[in-house]
Design a protein. Sequence first.
Length: 550
Amino acid sequence: MLLKDLLQIPALRNARIAAGAEGLNRSVNTVNMMDAPDIIHFLKANELLLTTAYAMKDHPETLDTLVAQMAEAGCAGLAIKTKRFLEEIPESVILKANELQFPLLELSLDYSLGEVLNGALSSILQNKTNELSYALDTHHTFFNLILNGEGLIEIVDKLSQLIACPIVILGSKLELINLSTTLRPNIQLLNKWIADYASNKQTLNGGLYKVHGGTAADGTKHVRLQPIPTPQRPGYILAFTDEEEIRTHHALALEQAANVLGFELLKAQAVKDRARRFKIEFFTELVQGEITSEQEIIHRGKQHGLFPAESMICVVCGRDSDEHAAESEQDQIAIERKARETDHLYHVLTKEFARFGAPFVLFTLKDKLIALLSAKDLLGSSPEGKLRTSQQLQAISERMAASEDIGLSYGIGSPINKLVDIPVAYKQAMDAYRLGRSHNKQRFVQYYHTKEFEDLLRLIPVDDLQEFLQETFEAWNGIDEGEQREWRRTLRVFYDNHCHIGETAKGLYIHRNTVLYRLNRIEQLTGVQVRNPADSLRMRIALMIKELVS
């Protein structure tokens, strides 16, 4: 209850406002009556003090200190009954109260302090009762809308009618969820307010915010923000008003609406999560080859957005940071954090892929995001299609790196013409993605191509490759390192020229007898028969691995 409203009760109606009229908008939660010298230690914020100033009758200057201390403590005001122990309020006290905009009242002689106390407390309690009754009625109004099958739109419109203000519902990322249809907000002002706070990345709390219009006609509006309590993705209610203060009943309506909207958003999110879980289960079975019937794929895929297309491509998207996560970080907290990040990335990529203007379906599989897109619309028939698609995907990576500090990389499979070939397209996309990772690339777009022998070697763990090298060149131990390099170069050119001595000599710019000398020396010192098919195959593989791991 505001102090200016409390002054309307009979016991305070004739009270004189001696000072601090600018502070009459202070809230009053309770009223106290004391005359102890250390009275300040017993006062609380939003408390109105009634006194006869008996403790200050011999030292009226101490009232200055009391007023300053009460103002600092956030008290609602000080009401003094004069003409008994204190003839009049000292001028210094009035000046101090005006300076601090702290309400100072001179009580009428018509009522005793007890009558003023009882009247004020009764009025405060009645006001609290009215507020509670209004809050319950408002809650029942909103709750009945849900029981009657109404949804978010009806709740928002009802709230807009109750407080006579345009209403906007925003998500946790300040994305627009809904707005009132009966009283529509100024969209330009809304976008400006969202842009201001989104760019500053400020933490939004409940309260009153100012938004300045882009033109003089728009003027300055006020936005009352009420957080919507939900466990994971909190939202916000925005009420646009011309008033600098929110009325108590309007604030209560916003609070009750926020509670009900929290349940409604949780219900809607639960429905989405359930549908998405079914979607993930279906596509997991599909890409793993567990569904082999074209008709079953079409029938089950239709409800999950799987579209019929002349041809489609599979794109695997992963975060660069996932590949470098330490095993020690894979505790429950890290797993939950990664799941939230994947969920957020799913919503972001859904919007990004929608910009392509081509049919697509997106789903998650563990920590990867998988997209099936129309190859005809995306790649087209020209060779430039792959380049254009790569540029579009790279642009998404750049935007994510700038706004979210997330690096994304992609593996893309070959186009397919049948839905039953989706497992093949997925495997190719994963192979392409792993190939890019094996080259330690960041924010790459890797198309699938038939693997070269070197690509296959990269799929083998480095420790196993090192063990193979150690066993192959074990007999070379003790040989001078310079001579070993000369041997490896000679063997590499020798095998590249299909064991032809003359061509090897030309390739090395040496005499053919020198080539024969080196090969004979290798056979004598290591026991390797360089022309033997088995020994030559192992040696060629070892030389290739030697270059790879180096």
